[in-house]
Design a protein around this ligand. Structure first.
Ligand code: C2O
Ligand code: CU
Ligand code: CU
Length: 460
């Protein structure tokens, strides 16, 4: 997969550059962006035998590029909307300045067709992140707009290969073309699953990797709906980070449950024998589904997982639990209503879900108040209660939180931005409200997000 680093220009060469320079920055001398990122329509062979039309991507063609930032250093991205509808780009998991967060109406106006928007991304944290639209989100993501973003550690952690894996489904019919992206009856339940599982827009890709080498697999769940359990078999491996935050104690990479929006960094040792394979599989009712294969090639490098030093912790402030204020959030049903909603950034026209008994009324925050206002610098415990029969990956923009406890299970000591809340689970998480602004707070099953399970927290 194409990987871009600083100063790469994605497409179009001179013509594109000129268009941006002429089009923008109102008289001021245009300063070059690190990356020009068009949002475009495309077609692609998701299955080897057929090209799917009506897709959307970042860049000119093919899967969205993997963006690579350096920890603490600004990276300037000019997003150019070449779609026939509005869009906006959100950088999932990055603790950015609020104005760069990419949420329509809450942090910026939608980017209309032909317009561009300049994002300056400066991440205090290293790790694995991703990016996606927050406008007409269900359809735009379903058509392909989910890309990966990596923030490299200041010091090279010592892997032989770094392999990002964009894991998601597409909803295709037997002819390989898109079918309806969701069904309303599913939106009121667990959400609508795709039909074709892919990794980096390929079906069951095979990766040749150095025998006896150490590989950093970055598993990123960019699907709209699927909560999956994954197994990695055939090589020694451990989970070294979840949702971009390093684990003090690595976990086994078997039975790894990952929900939409979540990520896992896995240190994998490729077998010594040429031709030997490691498989990544998804558990399904009908047995394991092959997702990707990793095959040993060449003479063994003879490396060992023990050679890897733990990844350095990210600079996330520790909440003062003795003085933290507790805020309650109840994720529940909503009496079925017709969502009023702005048509501009897309609504499914119904509400099924609510936070604290309020269903998000479309994308426009105009009449909507924040769910809570947090004092800048204050420590908070968020008590998240799921009273529904479905699981919800609850995602908070702009702030990372620590898992404290659950009424249903033991939780790993994790810092995250997306926590899977099981049915009837109450989970307490804690954070320091150290990033000012309006931060979206929603379920990452996009059908739920789009039918009420959305709100925002204000830090001021
Ligand atoms: Cu991936 Cu509002 O988030
Ligand atoms: Cu996000
Ligand atoms: Cu949900």
């Amino acid at each position: 997969m194409l990987t871009l680093s600083r100063r790469d220009i994605l497409t179009g060469g001179a013509a594109t550059l000129a268009a941006v320079a002429v089009g923008g920055y109102a008289g001021a001398r245009a300063q070059a962006a690190d990356l020009l990122l068009p949002v475009t329509e495309t077609a692609h062979a998701l299955r080897p035998d057929v090209v799917t039309g009506g897709m959307m991507t970042f860049g000119d063609r093919g899967p969205p590029p993997v963006l690579r930032l350096r920890q603490g250093q600004p990276y300037v991205v000019d997003v150019v909307n070449r779609l026939r509808e509005a869009t906006v780009v959100h950088w999932h998991g990055l603790r950015l300045a609020n104005a760069m967060d990419g949420v329509p109406y809450l942090t910026q106006a939608p980017i209309e067709p032909g317009q561009r928007f300049r994002y300056t991304l400066t991440s205090p944290d290293a790790g694995t992140f991703w990016y996606h639209p927050h406008c007409n989100t269900l359809e735009q993501m379903a058509r392909g707009l989910t890309g990966l973003l990596i923030v490299d550690e200041a010091e090279d952690p010592g892997f032989d290969v770094d392999l990002p894996l964009n894991i998601r489904d597409f909803r295709l019919g037997a002819d390989g073309q898109f079918v309806e992206f969701y069904r309303l009856r599913n939106a009121a339940r667990g959400g609508t699953l795709g039909t074709q599982s892919t990794v980096n827009w390929q079906t069951e890709p095979l990766h040749d990797l150095p025998a006896g080498g150490l590989v950093r697999l970055r598993l990123v769940m960019t699907d709209m709906t699927r909560v999956g359990t994954y197994d990695l078999e055939g090589g020694e491996s451990r989970v070294i980070a979840l949702d971009s935050h390093p684990l003090a104690d690595p976990l086994p990479a078997a039975g790894l449950m990952l929900a939409p929006g979540q990520r896992a960094d896995v240190a994998l040792r490729i077998p010594d024998t040429e031709g030997q394979e490691v498989t990544l599989t998804l558990r399904t009712d009908r047995g394991p589904r092959l997702m990707a294969r990793f095959r040993a090639t060449g003479r063994s490098l003879g490396r060992a997982l023990a050679e890897l030093a733990p990844l350095p912790a990210n600079p996330v402030a520790g909440p003062d639990l003795s003085r933290a204020e507790t805020l309650d959030f109840v994720f529940g049903w909503s009496p079925e209503g017709d969502g009023a909603a702005s048509g501009i950034c897309g609504s499914l026209g119904k509400s099924f879900w609510s936070i604290n008994r309020v269903a998000w009324d479309g994308d426009t925050p105009g009449p909507m108040d924040p769910l809570a206002t947090l004092r800048l610098g204050g420590s908070y415990i968020l008590r998240l209660r799921n009273e529904t029969p479905n699981a919800h990956p609850i995602h908070l923009h702009g702030l990372s939180f620590r898992l404290l406890r659950s009424n249903r299970r033991a939780l790993p000591p994790l810092v995250t931005d997306t926590a899977l809340l099981l049915s009837q689970e109450t989970m307490e998480v804690a954070l320091v409200a150290d990033n000012p602004g309006n931060w979206a707070f929603h379920c990452h099953v996009i059908e739920h997000q789009k039918t009420g399970l959305t709100g925002y927290l204000r830090v001021a």
